[in-house]
Design a protein around this ligand. Structure first.
Ligand code: C2E
Ligand code: CA
Ligand code: CA
Length: 652
């Protein structure tokens, strides 16, 4: 390396503030421990010098100027002191690192000029104190700025040069000698600082590279490799810090969980590369539009993002911010391969009113998200008192279910599936009922999702399937049985084998059995679910896609599955006789199912008008209160014989 290059590198290392965010954050947090000490030393040293000159220099110079400098230092000390242990964003770290050299330059000029201004008033001892003060303050402050090497060098340049020039101006042999000493010590200190600073940067980089082993305090170890946002681990450790801080300072802390609606179809349709690119774009959009000193985003995994807001505003402002984030995510993403549109749902919980621990804050935000997605996709939902009540009720259901005797407490009812034209009963759908001696009747819309989330759905599916098959075995030949499987019943080979074993040992012909699955099954491992369906098909069972139209599956994916029927969700059927759009949608869904060689059942037919409208769409099977509500197993065979035609149900 040439001498010129060495100088260039040296100058570069000293002058150019690092652009690496993780290093800026590490430097800034290291400085936040040393800079308060620096101000403290400066103030104490200055008052000691002022004391030496108390009756020699004018009062304004010893008292007022020292007081002014003390106030400025005190304010800066408070700023740095308060930043200790706080969440530090790369943007904020960079800002502080840019501000530090300016403050250093101003204070270096101020303190040096003040000390030199005192000099002429003092006796020999006091003059010696000035030189001592300048030297000791220079060296100690330089070392306190060790992690802000740019500032340390500015200090050396301004204060060091001023002191040396001042000493040379004194024109004595002693002052020349001291000037030489100070020059040497200052240059040596600059070199030591440079070496230390370089080692510090290397250490941060090394810790980043060995992310798994490195200290959690170093930001890069905690970045999501795809989006470069903090990852799940970093998010929860930051949450802990933010929570403690909110507790200490009595401030509000908000936690938001974001789930992308429609990400999966993009991934399915265009492949993982496009999916990954979309996630990166989402992260960039979130960061560039909303990130600030108090708001940090993270990627928790998959298409789930989250944010923490320290010093959070009131609930209305949070709702507004949530809606703005949803609106931003709803704008199209222009990717090289395609322009795609998704939306985001957000759940938010706030400390202190909505949670008493960091884990609960996250759980409650997640719960608000879960509910928001069920009721109003694409919006932001704040955890509320109603959510709290629901959560408690669900916890009670879950606990009761875990200790219940499911074999005796569960039962099955059967809802007829009829041919709309002939009114002939073609089969029945088995629907679960649970009567708990402790909490009474619980609806399957409540206990099935709870059992799924608690991972115990298998222990419900097994007795229900056995009971449904046993009841159906007594029906006349020709009647079919539909049984609902949960996604969890298909997503491991053990679970699907348990279902197969029950069907094989039951006395109902598997060829008369239809197993209903919903599109949520494909949110798990698609290939595994496809294999499970194939196994069921090999046994002769039919497989129906339930609640069709409410999910997000791409048709290419549906096509890849050996389905036999689709069941059009009742949300499309409700008011179909009065709603031309719903009519057109159902018409096209029927055409699509015919094209795909699939039979079709319309669900939730409630009125005469709906039944009449649906009949105009050709051959279709139907289910709904108009024909019959779910009925007891013992009544099913009679219902089938009498026929639905005789007495359409008046059930709501
Ligand atoms: P699903 O599979 O879509 O079942 C149809 C639901 O719609 C049933 O509710 C049925 O009583 C109701 N229904 C039928 N006709 C009408 C109508 O005309 N109007 C209205 N508004 N509703 C109608 P149910 O029995 O409360 O079951 C709710 C859900 O719970 C089921 O929806 C299914 O997802 C789940 N479920 C029920 N039994 C089982 C089961 O044994 N296993 C699993 N995994 N899930 C089950
Ligand atoms: Ca069903
Ligand atoms: Ca359904």
């Amino acid at each position: 390396m040439t001498g010129k290059n060495t100088f260039k590198n040296f100058a570069h290392a000293l002058f150019i503030p690092t652009e690496d965010p993780s290093i800026s954050v590490a430097q800034c947090s290291a400085l936040s421990r040393l800079v308060p000490l620096m101000y403290f030393i400066l103030v104490v040293n200055s008052w000691m010098l002022a004391a030496s000159f108390w009756h020699q220099a004018p009062f304004w110079l010893t008292f007022y100027v020292s007081s002014g400098l003390t106030v400025v230092c005190g304010l800066r000390l408070a700023v740095w002191w308060r930043s200790q242990g706080k969440l530090l964003t790369p943007a904020r770290a960079k800002r502080e690192l840019r501000r530090l050299p300016i403050m250093t330059a101003i204070l270096a000029v101020a303190f040096t000029s003040w000390a030199i201004a005192l000099f002429p008033y003092g006796d020999e001892q006091a003059k010696g104190h000035v030189v001592f003060y300048l030297t000791i303050s220079l060296i100690s402050t330089m070392f306190c700025l060790i992690h802000g090497r740019y500032s340390a060098l500015i200090l050396a340049a301004i204060a060091g040069t001023s002191v040396v020039l001042f000493l040379l101006w004194q024109d004595s042999r002693t002052s020349y000698a001291i000037a030489l000493n100070i020059t040497l010590v200052t240059v040596a200190s600059a070199i030591v600082i440079r070496i230390q600073s370089r080692d510090f940067i290397r250490m941060v980089n090394a810790q980043t590279r060995t992310a798994a082993l490195s200290d959690e305090n170093f930001i890069l170890a905690n970045l999501d490799s795809l989006t470069k946002l903090p990852n799940r681990r970093a998010f929860f450790s930051r949450l802990d810090v933010a929570y403690n801080q909110a507790e200490r300072t009595n401030t509000r802390l908000a936690l938001g969980v974001i789930d992308l609606d429609g990400f999966k179809p993009v991934n399915d349709l265009y492949g993982h590369t496009v999916g990954d690119r979309l996630l990166v774009e989402v992260a960039t959009r979130l960061e560039s539009s909303f990130c600030n000193d108090t708001l940090i985003f993270a990627r928790l995994g998959g298409d789930e993002f989250a944010f923490i807001i320290t010093d959070a505003a009131d609930n209305d402002t949070l709702r507004k911010l949530g809606s703005e984030i949803c609106a931003a995510l709803g704008l199209p993403f222009v990717l090289p391969e395609a322009t795609v549109q998704i939306s985001g749902s957000i759940g938010v919980a706030v400390y202190p009113e909505m949670a008493t621990s960091p884990a609960q804050l996250y759980e409650h935000a997640d719960y608000a998200l879960y509910h928001g997605k069920a009721t109003q996709r694409g919006t932001a939902m704040l955890f509320s008192a109603q959510h709290e009540q629901k959560l408690n009720r669900e916890a009670r259901i879950e606990q009761t279910m875990k200790f219940a005797n499911l074999d005796t407490e569960l039962s099955v009812v059967f809802q007829p599936i009829v041919d709309m034209h002939s009114r002939k009963t073609l089969g029945f759908e088995a629907l679960a009922r649970w009567e708990s001696p402790l909490i009474g009747n619980v609806s399957p819309t409540q206990f099935i999702p709870i059992a799924e989330r608690a991972g115990i759905i298998g222990s419900l599916t097994r007795p229900l399937l056995r009971k449904a098959l046993t009841a159906a075995a007594t029906w006349p030949e020709g009647l079919r049985l539909s049984f609902n499987l949960s996604a969890h019943d298909l997503n491991t080979p053990e679970n699907v084998l348990a279902v197969i074993a029950i069907i094989e040992t039951g006395c109902f012909d598997p060829r008369r059995l239809d197993l209903e699955i919903t599109e949520t099954a494909f949110l798990h491992d698609f290939e595994l679910v496809r294999q499970s369906i194939e196994m069921l098909r090999l046994m002769g069972c039919g497989v129906s896609l339930d609640d069709f139209g409410t999910g997000y599956s791409s048709f290419s994916r549906l096509h890849a599955l050996p389905l036999t029927k689709i069941k059009i969700d009742r949300s499309f059927i409700s008011g179909i006789d009065r709603n031309p759009t719903a009519y057109k949608i159902v018409k096209s869904l029927l055409a699509l199912s015919r094209d795909m060689n699939l039979e079709c059942i319309v669900e939730g037919v409630e009125t005469h008008g709906e039944a009449d409208a649906l009949r105009t769409l050709g051959k279709v099977m139907a289910q709904g209160y108009f024909y019959s509500p779910p009925i007891a197993a013992t009544a099913a065979a009679d219902f089938a014989c009498e026929g639905a035609a005789k007495k359409p149900s008046s059930h709501p």
